[in-house]
Write a protein that binds this ligand. Sequence first.
Ligand SMILES: C[S@@+](CC[C@H](N)C(=O)[O-])C[C@H]1O[C@@H](n2cnc3c(N)ncnc32)[C@H](O)[C@@H]1O
Length: 200
Amino acid sequence: MDAGDWDDRYRDTELVWSAGPNLFVEQQSGDLPAGRSLDLAAGEGRNAIWLAERGWDSTAVDYSSVAIDKARQIAERRGVTITTEVADLGGYLPTQGAYDLVIIAYLQLVEAELTPILRRAAAALASGGRFVLVSHDLSNLDQGYGGPQEASVLTTPNQVAEAIGGALTIDLAEVVERHVQTDGGQKTALDTLVVARRSA
Ligand SMILES: C[S@@+](CC[C@H](N)C(=O)[O-])C[C@H]1O[C@@H](n2cnc3c(N)ncnc32)[C@H](O)[C@@H]1O
């Protein structure tokens, strides 16, 4: 999918993703004191807006201008301000050493495209800063529910850890279960979860 396809998807549905934050983002960043955060591939901003509500100076970046417009409007309705940028992460260079928290949620790209984005995301962390990535895991294809059905855009914890391991200390790199309510009952999706930090 390119930016135009994502624009169409966001235009056609009132809210594509949930209104609240992703469970793993919430669990892995809820303990941090507010600082500067960067949400890459932020979509409609569910995580960036949640962080802003917790006092973070929150920036959301996505190449879908429709998604970013929605994120701005939702933030305004909820009485918080977020900084937004419409940019293709393929060429986006976040300010180095500037952020206390960098989040990437469900950015499903082939490894050759994802790796440089992960490395630039790692470089954007300030000393002591935390990196949280959650994405559809490769094992979800055979053993989990939903998500992209193309193996090349699915991740493994090792793949992500290897991409950023030179720059950051890996605190967690594992496959986690996410429970999804469907018309056919509860299903289990399998996600890659990687949490890392830039040493102080
Ligand atoms: C599955 S959505 C996840 C949105 C959000 N992170 C969330 O969890 O709610 C993937 C997002 O990645 C964005 N995206 C995909 N490729 C991108 C790229 N090269 N540059 C910027 N955004 C991109 C899409 O526009 C879309 O909003």
